[in-house]
Ligand binder design. Structure first.
Ligand code: NAD
Ligand code: MG
Length: 388
């Protein structure tokens, strides 16, 4: 029987690449539910190709347009957060790919876990903000959380056949982003257009800016801390500009395993869909002949976001939620040219300094911390951009 897949955020970078993988295996996969925010034409096209039972656009006007376009077809159309939750918990789903961006992914991911649906997780912000609650619920419901993020997929793959308890150190690789060799002065002047040109990966706007500030790697350190049983002090970052080694793990005997591949998200996406099996595919394979692979330590002075993420993880409680919210707002303001590139870490630092950490937060406390941080960040951004 075909594996039944639903995708939250099917109109985004990861969502589209997931469908690109799925289309090569029409017998093996069936698509049940797809969601986007407001891209009517792309979702309509995906519905035509994959014939899901449910299509959701969270923007109500966009959902009305989609409904009109799909009139007479069998695919149901829903709108809003209600629609997103219906897609996340769609009856009969074997695996839910969570590929929405940001904090918006938390609620539907938790709903899917509560419904006993296995998760292929791309939305790292879910684990950053509420890792302890998400992982505990997944354990209780015996739900698998299979990472899609390439670094975490690499670690997950290296761990197969090994004892998680024998793991001693994680080395997360980072490309270093487009500004790896920029001085502080040069960083001050970079534009959104420059930040959106990643040297190795093609991704959505928010994660591309996160890669340029290295906040992406900070979020990934916190993501790794929840997925794998190691303290933050045993999770290191290695700058590896070629993005060929996707991460490395060291066992207690000192032996290191790494996973390699081309910088193409369709590899970790495919593995998350076929786990624990491996399937042949037509993706371009890696040729290592003549390739040089380099590794250096990250520069926390020029890329303070990475240090802030570690600090947030050490402080724990609501602090990672606050850093995530401040980052989402700051990145959006940078993309709208309201603040400069170096204002992103500045804004995050200020919000962190204002926050009083709440330990062992429940879900309500996490949502309150997120709302609080967004309000504070908005105020700070207004001051910087001179809008009052
Ligand atoms: P994207 O911006 O390209 O796509 C985001 C998707 O989510 C779109 O379908 C969009 O319509 C939807 N969406 C956005 N805001 C929403 C909201 N408030 N409510 C409901 N839906 C919403 O992003 P992406 O690059 O595909 O990244 C998705 C997630 O995967 C992020 O958490 C990112 O960190 C993670 N990730 C991405 C990559 C990559 O290569 N793109 C790699 C690793 C991890
Ligand atoms: Mg990654």
């Amino acid at each position: 029987m075909a594996k039944r897949i639903s995708i939250l955020g099917s109109t985004g970078s990861i969502g589209c690449q997931t469908l690109d993988v799925i289309k090569d295996y029409p017998e093996e996969f069936q698509v049940l539910a797809l969601t986007g925010r407001k891209n009517v034409s792309l979702l309509a096209q995906q519905v035509k190709t994959f014939q899901p039972e449910l299509a959701v656009l969270t923007d109500p006007e966009a959902a009305r347009q989609l409904s009109r376009l799909l009139h007479g077809q069998t695919t149901r159309v829903l709108a809003g957060e209600e629609g997103l939750l219906a897609a996340a918990t769609y009856p009969g789903t074997d695996l839910l790919v969570t590929a929405v961006v940001g904090f918006a992914g938390l609620k539907p991911t938790l709903a899917a876990i509560d419904a006993g649906i296995d998760i292929a997780l791309a939305n790292k912000e879910t684990l950053v903000t509420a890792g302890s609650i998400v992982m505990q619920r997944a354990r209780e419901r015996k739900v698998d959380i299979i990472p899609i993020d390439s670094e975490h997929s690499a670690i997950f793959q290296c761990l197969q056949g090994n004892e998680p308890g024998d793991l001693q150190r994680i080395m997360l690789t980072a490309s270093g982003g487009p500004f790896r060799n920029y001085s502080k002065e040069e960083l001050a002047g970079v534009s959104p257009e420059q930040a959106l040109k990643h040297p190795n990966w093609s991704m959505g706007a928010k994660i591309t800016v996160d890669s340029a500030t290295m906040m992406n790697k900070g979020l990934e350190v916190l993501e790794a801390h929840w997925l794998f049983p190691l303290p933050l002090t045993s999770i290191e970052v290695l700058v590896h500009p070629q993005s060929v080694v996707h991460s490395l793990i060291e066992f207690k005997d000192g032996s290191i395993l790494a996973q390699l591949g081309p910088p193409d998200m369709r590899f970790p996406i495919l593995y998350s869909l076929t786990y624990p099996k491996r399937w042949s595919n037509n993706l371009p394979k890696l040729d290592l002949v003549g390739r040089e692979l380099a590794f250096t330590a990250p520069d926390l002075e020029r890329f303070p976001c990475l240090a802030y993420a570690y600090e947030a993880g050490e402080k724990g409680g609501t602090m990672p939620t606050v850093v995530n919210a401040a980052n989402e707002m700051a990145v959006a303001a940078f993309l709208q040219k309201k603040i400069g590139f170096l204002d992103i870490p500045r804004v995050i630092r200020q919000v962190m300094d204002l926050h009083q950490v709440r330990k062992n937060p429940d879900l309500d406390a996490i949502f309150s911390a997120d709302t609080w941080a967004r309000q504070e960040t908005q105020g700070i951004i207004r001051t910087i951009s001179g809008i009052s």
